[in-house]
Design a protein around this ligand. Structure first.
Ligand SMILES: [Cu+2]
Length: 149
């Protein structure tokens, strides 16, 4: 009798462990999304590059607000995004298929391939007016980012 019931108990224990593992997994996912709701997602700012222009070319950001600048090159040619002073003293993360160049003061320039996209995530720390431009030869492209309180 006892020899017969042992495999049954083992199966029951296994099923219980599996159930706990699955439930625990879901619990982990839902608690992760809870922490996201208390920590809001970044504000996305999309800057398109089209016919050798930044669109829009006037951008307003909020100081202390988590921000993601998304640069999309819609042209058939290479462009650059050169921020002036904006990322100084901030932690910033660059992703996407652009080619970023960094210096002591952080991000200096991103080369944007045709149809490419680059995202820059950061939180603006200082209010002010920050120009940006494309420095490729013959490209007269510029814009302004204003960080406000
Ligand atoms: Cu350009």
């Amino acid at each position: 009798m006892s020899e017969k019931s042992t495999p049954c108990r083992l199966l029951l224990v296994t099923v219980t462990i599996l159930t706990l593992a699955i439930t625990g997994g879901w619990g982990g996912i839902s608690s992760a999304s809870n922490s996201h709701s208390t920590n809001p997602p970044p504000t996305d700012i999309i800057i398109d590059v089209k016919t050798r222009k930044f669109e829009p070319d006037k951008i307003s950001l909020q100081r202390g607000q988590k921000t993601r600048i998304i640069l999309r090159n819609k042209d058939a040619e290479l462009h650059a995004f050169v921020p002036v002073g904006l990322f100084l003293g901030t932690t910033h993360n660059v992703s996407g298929n652009g080619a970023p160049q960094f210096g002591n003061e952080g991000l200096l320039r991103v080369l944007l391939p045709s149809t490419g996209q680059t995202e820059i995530s950061f939180t603006p720390e200082n209010t002010g007016t920050y120009p940006f431009l494309c420095d490729l030869p013959g490209h007269v492209m510029q814009g302004t980012i204003v960080v406000q309180d």
